[in-house]
Design a protein around this ligand. Structure first.
Ligand SMILES: Cc1ncc(COP(=O)(O)O)c(C=O)c1O
Length: 153
């Protein structure tokens, strides 16, 4: 199985230089070993790694009195984060126009609407000045922010 994945990786145009990469995942032997170990434990959803990860994040954030909940995807994390922030139907969420589709889906899943904001050519991140203009155009609306895209070429 792992051998097939490695073969597929070698023919992936995003990783071979035949496409313009937005990002390139950095997966080294340590991550591969940890993934195999987690799979071999037989607890596919909630093995001991999950608790260790949550405790590690809590320690990193120096927030022993807070809860940390691991979820299975970035999409799920964004959805949960928006719900915790109180985003719901009728809200509009300013989000970078160059972004992962999961961000838009997470916003829509709350019942809110994404408001696309330009990005900067030099960083590919949200243009804060453009976001301020969007906020000024609708001063009476209740806007909320996502700050998820942070790709750098
Ligand atoms: C900025 C951003 N948002 C959301 C996601 C979605 O993550 P997932 O595929 O784990 O749902 C990604 C994944 O690369 C991402 O880069």
């Amino acid at each position: 199985m792992l051998r097939n994945a490695q073969t597929e990786t070698k023919s992936n145009p995003a990783l071979t230089g035949d496409a313009i990469p937005v990002f390139k995942p950095l997966i080294q032997q340590q991550e591969l070993d940890a993934a195999v170990e987690a799979l071999e434990m037989g607890w596919l959803g909630m093995g001991s790694y999950v608790g260790r990860f949550e405790e590690g994040i809590k320690s990193y954030l120096e927030a022993p009195d807070r809860y940390v909940a691991a979820v299975s995807t970035g999409h799920a994390a964004l959805h949960l984060g928006l719900l915790v922030a109180g985003v719901g139907p009728g809200d509009e969420v300013i989000t970078p126009s160059f972004n992962n589709i999961a961000d838009f889906q997470a916003i829509l899943a709350t019942g809110a609407s994404p408001v696309f904001c330009d990005i900067r050519d030099d960083s590919l991140c949200i243009d804060v000045a453009a976001a301020e203009k969007l906020l000024r155009r609708a001063p009476k609306r209740s806007f909320r922010w996502t700050t998820t895209a942070s790709w750098r070429p």
